[in-house]
Structures are given as C-alpha cells and as structure tokens.
Design a protein around this ligand. Structure first.
Ligand code: IVH
Length: 665
C-alpha cells in the first residue's frame, strides 16, 4: 500500500472510530490507539498536501451534538489540546516556548481530567448557561442538567468577578459513583457504562434532569475566559475562581524549569491512582496571559499548551486456563481466566481473548504471564505475553473444535474472525440467549424474565423457543422455586401485552443476524409485513436504502430455514404483530425520496426530533453534516455560522420551516 492509499484507509478508519466514540459512546479502540492513528494521518497529510480534504478526520475535533437540545454558538471556540505520549515531546514543547518567547516564563502543570468538557457562562455573578463542547463552534445547551451538579455554583460568592465571563472545565463521575451505578445497572440488566467518562457524558445528555441529579456528577474548572479578567496569569485567575466558589483542583503547580515539569509528571502518574476521579494525563500551560497571546493558536489548538497523556494502565498476571462462552448467535468467545490482579481501580480475574487468530498471534501457553490492559471497554484485554517469565512451558492454547455447551463441531465463516456453533436449534446458551433477546426492553419488553428466570424455565422444560412463551400457564410458573402467583401473573401479563408491540420491534426481536434495531425499522417500513419480507429476493433487499449484501444474505438464510418459518407461523397464530398497522403507515410518502437533508438551528412549529421523523416518513434521509451530496438544509433560527458558510460555499439551498412544511404537505 502506498502512502496515499494509507491516507484514505486511515480516514475511513478514523471516521468510524470517531462515530463509535462520539455518537455511540462505544469506542472499539483505546484513546491511545486512536491518537496514534490520528497522528499517523496528520503526518501523512502534511507530506501530501495534494490529498487535502475538508472532511478529513484531522479537520475536526469530534462532535457530541445531540438532537434534543437547543444548540448555541460558543463565544470563544472550544479548541482542543495538542497531545503527546512522549517525554521527549514535552521537552520539545518547553524548548519551543522558550525560543519563541525569548524571556522568562512559567508553566502551570495540572491534571488532565477525563470527563466531558463544559463551558459555563456567568453574568452578574449568576450561572446563565451551560454548553457542551459540540463541534467546537457550537454545542448543546445543557443548563438544566448542569444546574443539578452540586459543585457548580449557581450564584457566586465573594467579589471581584467580571460582570460577564466564561469558565470551562470537566464534568466527571467519581469512581465510586460510577461503580455503584454500574452495579445497579447490572442488577436491572441494563447495558453497563465502559468508563466514568462515558457515564458522565451519557448522563449529561439525559432528557430528564431529575435523573441527572440522582447520578451525583462532579466538576473541576480549569480555564477562565473573558474581556476583564482579574489577573494576568492563568494560575492566579484560577485561585480567584476558587474564591468565587468554583471547584478548582489544588493539584496545580507553576514550574520554571523542564526538570520541575518532568518531576510533576512522574509524581502524578503514580499518585493519580489515589484520586477520586479519572485523569488521563497532565496539561501544561504557559501561565502568563500576555505570553499566551503572543504564542497564539493554530486552528485546532493553542500553541501555549500541551497535554501529556499517561500510558494505559497495565498489569501482569498468570493465565490459568481458557474457557469459552457461547452467545445467542452461536459465536464462541475465548476468555482468559487469570490470577486476580489489581488494575486501574478494580480487581481483574478474566479477560477477553477475542478469537482464534488473536490467541495464535500471542503464541499463548497455559501458565504464561500475560499483560492485561483496560481499554475503552468494560472487559479488559490481553495485550502481550512476558516470554522472559516462562520458566516451564505449559500446553499451547488451542482453540476448541467443538461447542463446549452442546458438543457440535464449530464452523468458521469465510471472512469472519469468530468461530460459530451452528446447532442453533438445540444448543442451550443459544436458545436461552434468543429468548433473552426477544424479551429485552428494546425488543418485546416483557418484564419479569431475567437471565436466571429464563434459565429456570428452560431447565424445567417450560420453554424451548420464543413461541413457547405464549403457551406458558400460570400454575406451571407458580409452582417453581422462587416464583409465586404474583410473579406468574406479572410474566403472563407481559407476554400478553407483547402482542401489541409493533411489527418493526417484532422483527428486531426475532434476532435475525445483522438485523439490529435500525435495520429492523428500515425493513419493516420497506416491506410492511413478514410475508413480503420472507418472499423478497436478494435484488429487492439490497435495493432498499442502507441494506447491504451481508444483511440481505442473512435474511435469505433465515427464511430458508423451515424451522424459522414454522416459528413465525406459531407467533402469528398467538397474535404477535407480523405486519405494519395502517396507523403506523399513516403520513408516509416518498416526497423526499433520494434527498439528503441537514437540520440546523432552532424551530418554532416542531421540535428537531419531529422534523427528523417527518423527513424519514417522507422517504428522505436526515444527515448530520453538510457535504456536496446534501440536497438542502432545513434551517431554523440561529443556524450555526460555520454551517451557513459551508452551505453558501457549496451552493446548497436553505429552506425555512414553512417552506419545508409546504413541500411535504
Ligand atoms: S485547558 C485551550 N485543562 O482536555 C485549552 N483542558 O484535549 C483548553 N481537559 O477539551 C483546555 N483537563 O476537555 C484544560 N486541566 C485541563 C484539562 C483539560 C481536561 C480536557 C478538556 C479539553 C481537552 C483537550
């Protein structure tokens, strides 16, 4: 692959990781891996100016814009920080500043807090607005949610604060709160947050601020902006802010030599483990505001600051054995069972080994000492083997050939990393997993049937397929251990109510491979009934927007299995919805077919969400950012200035609310 091809590949990869991180809140790689890829792309783009692309991942700092909040423009754009993992580059930074300023200077060292950034606006000593970073130029107005955070002052104390100013900082979920929250979520069988950062940003974006209040967020402030600040130094301004009632970290130190800076970094890399909140590095800032101004900023970050990021925490421990888990799709995941070891605040006993190729790549043997790291995920992973520590070689870890649960031979599909147990009709975890998925909240939402209950029902022979749920009888349930009349009535009521669940969710609940929530919706709207879907050809399936060959193949395969056809027949006879109701189809047209529409600004007749729905109902596609392919922009008041400029540059028409409503009328 040549360098230009690599640029294209990196862009595609980084766009995906960016989406996973900022939109889905579910990163697949660690921050460090992400930063390395980004750095590689930046370097290559510098070498190849002919490959410039306004939409390259290097041209933006990510966006956390959310549909349901009003968007507000930042008075001062929210830049990010240049970052590094190397001490040598910290020295480069220090020397560059020295050379550029050519006079004495102080560097303020402080913790880099790992939460979600916030901008707070104060007027006459009162908090008037809180805005997320968004895309750096405009963010979501989350004032109501932020007001629930106790450590943020609503009214300032003391005196000497400017009439109008902005203060920025990080909203955090303390470790202890985070662990409690996840324990609760586990009990309620809700998805867990991977780390306190995701928990904090997820919480801040909740629509219901009373739930936000119950989540006990915290905030540290670290940057004061305004026209009439009290002091000429960053550190001194922060000390003032502390007097006005802001929570300012007391881990801040002004240094005058590189040695002092390095000592601070090395000390806090260890000591930070005792802090109540997550940190991921040290931020170095030139202290004098005059000197900051002299040094200036690039489009993305100030030249007067840099973030040194800590290496991900890693532990070394012994591999005792490898066990295998079978999921609802039959995918088999190898799990390393380890000697318990302390890592980033929790005890780790198990780590994912992902698939056979990874095991092979590590050349893993039982008894090996392995390195474990926590990435963005909840389950830690094994990143290497300490071969020096091998004093006796144990058995080489060989991926199993047969299902550990039902004994059937495993299969590996072409182009896929995972092994599968194909005995989906009789392999217990697959059967139970399918039922768990069927009853889950976003599918049929049948209460009272957790993992343990389903396991119990299965052991007792009460259910083998999802259709058996509909023939359950109260006395059969009530006589089981830990069950009573009341739980029986509850479960049966949930089962009965599931007959009213709309077809699009039924389609998701069936658990067809690759048919997630959104795909199920798309398919339901395109085909309108299970009969039409089951008769669709490959061409018809891939003809639907967003449906690719992989999904289409999976659907064809699902309906080619006689057992699935029978299952659907049974569900239909029990009264489960197998087609869209006319009511669901009301208001659907193809007036916007083939149109890509960007929504921007604040509206009066409908909310943003309603407009999004209107676009989809009329066959259009709502997209997040403006490009050459955008058909038009549906603009309300206060459309962001950067969007406006871009639209004008590309000559994209702008339509107001009334024009839009007339168009689809
Ligand atoms: S100063 C222009 N100080 O790191 C400089 N940022 O990658 C403004 N962060 O967006 C930021 N701790 O969310 C600053 N002590 C600290 C910080 C900090 C965490 C975050 C912040 C910023 C990001 C930059």
């Amino acid at each position: 692959m040549n360098e230009v091809e690599r640029i294209l590949q990196l862009r595609e990869e980084l766009h995906r990781h960016n989406y996973n991180y900022y939109v889905l809140n579910a990163p697949e790689i660690t921050d460090q891996e992400f930063d390395f890829l980004m750095r590689e792309l930046q370097d290559l783009e510098e070498k190849h100016p002919e490959c410039k692309d306004d939409n390259s991942p290097t041209m933006r700092v990510g966006s956390d814009l959310n549909k349901n909040f009003v968007q507000v423009a930042h008075k001062y754009s929210m830049l990010s920080l240049a970052n590094t993992y190397s001490e040598a580059e910290v020295a480069d930074f220090f020397n560059r500043v020295q050379k550029d300023l050519n006079e004495d200077f102080e560097i303020c060292c402080e913790m880099k807090f790992d939460g979600t950034s916030i901008s707070l606006i104060y007027e006459e000593g009162r908090l008037v607005r809180a805005v997320t970073r968004g895309d750096g130029t405009q963010g979501d107005d989350v004032t109501d949610n932020v007001k629930t955070i106790r450590s943020i002052p609503l009214v300032l104390r003391g005196e000497g604060y400017p009439r109008e100013f902005e203060i920025r900082g990080e909203i955090l979920m303390p470790w202890q709160v985070f662990e409690q929250l996840n324990e609760e979520r586990e009990r309620r069988e809700e998805p867990l947050f991977a780390n306190p950062r995701n928990a904090a940003s997820g919480t801040l974006k909740l629509q219901n601020s009373s739930v936000v209040a119950s989540r006990k967020l915290d905030a540290y402030l670290y940057y004061l902006l305004g026209e009439e600040l009290p002091c000429g130094g960053h550190y001194e301004n922060m000390m003032k802010a502390a007097q006005w009632g802001f929570k300012v970290s007391d881990i801040m130190r002004k240094c005058t030599s590189l040695q002092e800076v390095m000592d601070f970094i090395r000390y806090w890399d260890v000591e930070r483990k005792n802090l109540p909140v997550a940190t991921d590095g040290i931020v170095l800032k030139v202290n004098s505001l005059r000197q900051q101004k002299n040094l200036g900023s690039t489009a993305k970050s100030p030249r007067w600051a840099i973030a040194y990021k800590f290496q991900a925490e890693r532990a070394c421990t012994r591999l005792n054995k490898v066990t295998y888990q079978v999921g609802r799709t039959g995918a088999v995941t190898p799990v390393a069972n380890l000697d318990p070891v302390q890592l980033a605040g929790t005890v780790v006993k198990r780590a994912s080994l992902h698939n056979a190729d990874i095991i092979e790549g590590l050349d893993l043997h039982i008894g090996d000492y392995v390195y474990v790291e926590k990435g963005g995920e909840i389950i830690p992973k094994i990143v290497g083997v300490d071969k020096e520590a091998r004093f006796m070689i144990g058995d080489k870890v060989k991926f199993i050939t047969h299902c550990p649960e039902c004994g059937s031979p495993l299969m590996r599909y072409e182009g896929e990393a995972a092994h599968y147990c194909v005995n989906d009709a009789a392999c217990p975890p697959q059967i139970k997993g399918k039922i768990e998925h069927y009853v889950s909240r976003k599918a049929m939402n049948i209460d009272g049937l957790g993992t343990e209950t389903i396991d119990q029902f299965y052991q007792e022979g009460l259910i083998h397929t999802i259709a058996d749920l509909y023939t359950l009888k109260a006395p059969d349930i009530a006589r089981l251990e830990r069950m009573g009349k009341k739980s029986a009535v509850n479960i049966l009521e949930g089962v009965r109510a599931s007959k009213n669940v709309p077809f699009e969710r039924v389609l998701f609940a069936l658990g067809i491979r690759f048919v997630g929530e959104t795909t199920a919706k798309t398919l339901a709207r395109a085909f309108r009934s299970i009969d039409a879907l089951s008769k669709a050809t490959l061409e018809e399936l891939v003809g639907v927007d967003e449906i690719g060959a992989k999904i289409a193949q999976s659907i064809l395969q699902y309906f080619s299995d006689e057992r699935n056809v029978e299952l659907i027949e049974r569900l239909r006879n029990e009264g489960v919805q197998m087609e869209m109701e006319e009511l669901d189809m009301e208001g659907y047209t193809d007036k916007l077919e083939g149109k890509s529409i960007v929504i921007s600004g604040v509206f009066t007749h409908h909310s943003r969400d309603e407009y999004k729905e209107l676009i989809e109902k009329n066959g259009g596609k709502n997209v997040g950012s403006i490009s050459k392919k955008t058909s038009f922009i549906l603009a309300g008041d206060n459309m962001g200035p950067s969007k406006l400029e871009k639209a004008q540059k590309l000559g994209i028409p702008i339509m107001n609310e009334d024009e839009f409503l007339a168009l689809i009328e």
